[in-house]
Design a protein around this ligand. Sequence first.
Ligand code: FMN
Length: 189
Amino acid sequence: MFNNLSSLPAYLASRRSGKPRDMVAPGPDADQLDALLRLAMRTPDHGKLFPWRFVKIDDRKAFAALLEKAFLADNPDARPAQIEAAIAPAHMAPALVLLLYAPQPSAKIPLWEQQLSVGAVGMNLLHAAHVFNFVAGWITGWASYSPVVRDAICTGDEQIAGLFYIGSAGQPLEERPRPDPAQIVRNWP
Ligand SMILES: Cc1cc2nc3c(=O)[nH]c(=O)nc-3n(C[C@H](O)[C@H](O)[C@H](O)COP(=O)(O)O)c2cc1C
């Protein structure tokens, strides 16, 4: 596990997502996964509303069956190869957790701020996985927007913010273009 605080900035600068389809064992065991989720929950959250939930997907076969049902609802004439591709996300990576946006009624805290908080939880989970020397990836894909999947997993107004895959890198991680701070950061006035 990462344990050199003096090199933390460099370590954070090295973080990048892994591709879920390339992830291999080892992934987090049950205790490590709970520790990762606990770290992810240490997230700014105006009003202490906790507008987020995690759903651990242990039974991958059941999740695959749900994805198949959801895919066929929208694509009743799908060919077997298309169904196979659609349910592939159910079998990727050693660990899979869904992050849900769970908006809470509040006279004071706008939903926008609650959405910001769930995004921060997602980022925090990626960082936590990295600190534990795992790779992680945040994917929404089609399943996050499927009403069939949502109805099976969410309650009330919850929405799927993403599927979080955690494991070890089976392939070298690819870097992606990072923004030029000169284009992103400005001074005011
Ligand atoms: C909300 C959200 C949803 C995403 N959904 C997908 C997706 O469905 N498919 C995909 O290839 N990448 C998706 N991405 C992007 C991946 O997470 C991407 O690999 C990541 O942004 C790489 O950045 P990083 O290396 O800094 O983590 C999504 C990102 C976010 C924030």
